[in-house]
Design a protein around this ligand. Structure first.
Ligand code: CP
Length: 312
């Protein structure tokens, strides 16, 4: 593995989960692997969990960390080739990625979609430009279309909490006031497709995800029917993919309540808006796995960094 850009970079998810669990039980076992190595974390967008858990993962491996909020702190980066740079951008990604590669042994990038230009977003031009022009491995910390560190974390968390051989896992859309990306939902779908689970999705009509990602995964448009006998309910809002980036539905009937959830475990990547996406009673119950998910972000990232360091 040269870079970690998508769930498809995980060849054997069960082996990865076992290794991440083992890192969780002994986080400092490889504390010298990253000695004298540096990871640079570059954020074009906000973060709490990804920013801290990826740093923590690197520190557990003995790495040095550098963090930069690109939007605002760095020079404006140009991604188009052949542009006359007489506008707001001051530095081309060709130089920026090559320069950063002199300071860092691994580069991690977060760059969200525009949600207005589908073609541009699906080209993953920020992540792919870093991968093209950097001379060191690149890690996706959430791109326009995927959040593989989160998807792998979620697979690990389901494995830790599974009571049956083949649990039923439901991905449910829930309402939100803003237009949100598809990345978390996409990577969760891709992770579940690699797991031995009964996996279905539920969302209002008009919120179908990219059909190339959904594939044969069943979609049940009735949320209560979808939740029947569910072991895990993973909740996320996303904007319309077909009517790209639009908010088509804010119906509070799609909010997750304790009554709907029954005995199923509740999962969400966080941050979550209380009493809009999910009611307090669910988040405050023993069936909520959200804090465990956030904790597992460290060990998912640690495994990815370990593999990249070992491959260097
Ligand atoms: N789940 C997640 O990626 O959280 P942050 O946006 O806070 O990093």
């Amino acid at each position: 593995m040269k870079n970690f850009s998508s769930i498809s970079d995980i060849e054997d998810i069960n082996a990865w989960i076992d290794e991440a669990k083992s890192l969780k039980s002994n986080p400092y076992l490889h504390k010298n692997l990253g000695n004298n190595r540096t990871i640079g974390l570059f954020f074009f967008n906000s973060s709490l969990r990804t920013r801290l858990s990826t740093q923590k993962a690197a520190l557990n491996l003995g790495m040095n960390t550098m963090v930069m909020n690109v939007s605002g702190d760095a020079w404006g980066i140009e991604f188009e080739d052949g542009t006359i740079m007489n506008g707001t951008t001051a530095e081309h990604i060709k130089e920026a990625a090559a320069v950063v590669s002199q300071y860092c042994d691994i580069i991690a990038v977060r760059a969200f979609p525009t949600l207005t230009d589908k073609v541009k977003d699906e080209s993953e031009y920020v992540l792919k430009a870093f991968m093209k022009y950097a001379t060191v491995p690149v890690v996706n910390m959430e791109s326009a279309t995927g959040h593989p560190l989160q998807g792998f974390t979620d697979a690990m968390t389901i494995s830790e909490n599974s009571q049956s051989k083949k649990p039923k896992v439901v991905l449910s859309w829930a309402p939100h006031v803003k237009s949100l990306p598809h990345a978390v939902a996409n990577s969760f779908v891709q992770a579940m497709q690699k797991m031995d689970v009964e996996f279905i999705m539920t969302h209002p009509k008009g919120y179908e995800l990219n059909p190339q990602i959904v594939g044969d995964t069943p979609v049940v448009y009735n949320q209560e029917e979808a939740f029947e006998k569910a072991d895990f309910v993973y909740v996320k809002n996303w904007s319309s993919y077909k009517d790209y980036g639009k908010v088509l539905n804010t119906d509070p009937k799609w909010m997750i309540t304790q009554n709907k959830l029954g005995n199923a475990k509740f999962m969400h990547c966080l941050p979550v808006r209380r009493n809009l996406i999910v009611e307090d009673a669910v988040l405050d119950s023993e069936n909520s796995l959200v804090i465990q998910q956030a904790n597992n972000r460290t060990f998912a990232a640690q495994l990815v960094l370990k593999k990249l360091l070992e491959n260097a």
